[in-house]
Design a protein. Structure first.
Length: 187
């Protein structure tokens, strides 16, 4: 059995805009991981239900018109406050991942290398490496490929640095992740 070819090494110098996008996406995923319904969807659903019930009750005369209007105003105010708090949390998460991005900005050129065992991203200031078994998702978003790990910062590379090989790198990563997932689940 022959070994699969390794991709890379790809070298690139990330732009400030790319690093900001990585910080934003990392912060968003950290904030929403496992809590999307509780923090994002549930308040919207509650707001819609309150508006619908208050409107129905006011229109049918079961509650007074002024009380119905007051309920709608309080519901809208509560929803806007909740969204503001969620925005503050997102900014805090982005700033937390921004500390790593600040280190990367000063480190200059980065090198990404992938083989059958894992992937690594390194530069003069250090780096991050992960095995394919620890990766949970590979994603192409906003011109950047992300390899999301369970316990570490993501490994990322701008699509522009892949010399037109982004589809091949995505397929390679998905194949390796799938192989390690299958190997883990086999008794």
């Amino acid at each position: 059995m022959t070994a699969r070819p390794a991709f890379g090494p790809f070298t690139f110098t990330p732009t400030a805009d790319e690093l900001d996008r990585v910080a934003t996406r990392t912060g968003l995923r950290a904030m929403l991981s496992g809590r999307l319904s509780r923090h994002h969807v549930a308040p919207l659903a509650a707001f819609v239900l309150i508006v619908a019930f208050a409107s129905i009750l006011a229109l049918t005369g079961l509650i007074g018109r002024r009380l119905g209007e007051a309920i709608l105003i309080v519901a809208a105010l509560a929803f806007m406050v909740q969204r503001l708090i969620a925005h503050w949390r997102l900014r805090a998460a982005q700033k937390g991942s921004g500390a790593r991005i600040d280190r990367l900005k000063s480190a200059g050129e980065m090198t990404l290398a992938a083989d059958d065992e894992g992937v690594s991203l390194s530069n003069a200031g250090g780096g991050v490496a992960t095995t394919w078994g620890a990766c949970v998702e590979v994603e192409d978003a906003g011109g950047i490929l992300y390899l999301w790990s369970r316990d570490k910062e993501p490994v990322f590379i701008p699509v522009r640095a892949l010399d037109g090989q982004s589809a091949a790198v995505l397929n390679f990563a998905r194949t390796r992740m799938s192989a390690h997932t299958t190997a883990r689940s086999t008794p």
